[in-house]
Design a protein around this ligand. Structure first.
Ligand code: SAM
Length: 224
C-alpha cells in the first residue's frame, strides 16, 4: 500500500518551510502540485528533484481514481498547494476523502497556514472559533451573513484585496459597526501588518489606505 502526505508550504517567508516537509518531498515518488510552475521554484530552492504532477481544482475530480489505483499499487504521493496547508481553502479534500474511503494512509504534516497566526495576532478570544474561509460571492452570501450574525464564537475569513472593503461593509451591515475585528495582511512577509478596532474604525482605515496583498479577517462573535 502507498500513502498520501499533505505537506504545508510557506505563505510568504521561505524560512517557514519545515525540515520534515523538505525530507518528505525529497522521499516521495511524486509531488502533486496546484501550480507546477510556482511549486517548481519552491522545490528548486530546497534542492528537491522529485517529479511534479499538476493537481488542481479543474482536474482533481478526473484524477482521483488513477491516483487511488497508483497508491494501492504502492506509490507514495505528497500533495502541496501554492501556499499554506493543502485542503485549507485549496485542493486536497477530495483526494484525502478518496484515500480514507480506500483505506490508504493519509498523513498531514503540521506547518504554515494563514488563519492560525491571524487568529492568534487578533487578540480576540481563540478558545473557540469558526473558520469560514471565503464567503460565497453571490448566491448564498446573504443567508450565510444572516446565520453568522448570531455566531458567538470568533470567526475567521479569507478575502482577496479587491473584495475586502465590500466584505467589511457587509460585516458592518449584518454584525453592527461596533463589532471588534482584526485584519491581518501579508503575514510572514515584509509588509506584514495587523489592523485592529471596531468594524467602523477598520473600514475607515482601509478606505484611506487601499487594501493591497493577502488578507485574513478575524471578527469577534456576538456577545451572548
Ligand atoms: N491553503 C492556504 C492556507 O493554508 O492558509 C490558503 C489558500 S487560499 C487559496 C488563499 C488565501 O489565504 C488568501 O486569499 C488570503 O486570504 C489567505 N492568505 C494566504 N497567505 C496569506 C498571507 N501571507 N497573509 C495573509 N493572508 C494570506
Amino acid at each position: 500500500m502507498g500513502k498520501l502526505y499533505l505537506v504545508p508550504t510557506p505563505i510568504g517567508n521561505l524560512e517557514d518551510m519545515t525540515l520534515r516537509a523538505i525530507k518528505v518531498l525529497k522521499e516521495v515518488d511524486v509531488v502533486l502540485a496546484e501550480d507546477t510552475r510556482t511549486s517548481g521554484k519552491l522545490l528548486k530552492h530546497f534542492e528537491i528533484n522529485t517529479p511534479l504532477q499538476s493537481h488542481h481544482m479543474h482536474n482533481e475530480h478526473k484524477q482521483l481514481d488513477g491516483l487511488v489505483q497508483k497508491m494501492k499499487e504502492g506509490s507514495i504521493y505528497a500533495l502541496i498547494s501554492d501556499a499554506g496547508t493543502p485542503a485549507i481553502s485549496d485542493p486536497g479534500f477530495l483526494l484525502t476523502r478518496a484515500c480514507v474511503e480506500n483505506d490508504i494512509e493519509v498523513e498531514c504534516l503540521p506547518g504554515p497556514t494563514a488563519f492560525v497566526p491571524a487568529l492568534v495576532n487578533s487578540g480576540l478570544p481563540n478558545d473557540r472559533f469558526v473558520f469560514e474561509g471565503f464567503l460565497p460571492i453571490k448566491k448564498g452570501r446573504q443567508t450565510r451573513l444572516l446565520e453568522l450574525a448570531e455566531e458567538t464564537r470568533t470567526m475567521v475569513f479569507y478575502e482577496s484585496p479587491h473584495k475586502l472593503i465590500k466584505t467589511l461593509t457587509h460585516f458592518a451591515e449584518y454584525f453592527g459597526e461596533d463589532r471588534a475585528i482584526s485584519v491581518s495582511r501579508e503575514l510572514t512577509k515584509l509588509y506584514e501588518e495587523t489592523v485592529r478596532g471596531t468594524l467602523a474604525e477598520v473600514l475607515e482605515h482601509f478606505n484611506k489606505k487601499a487594501p493591497k496583498g493577502e488578507f485574513v479577517i478575524v471578527v469577534g462573535g456576538k456577545k451572548s
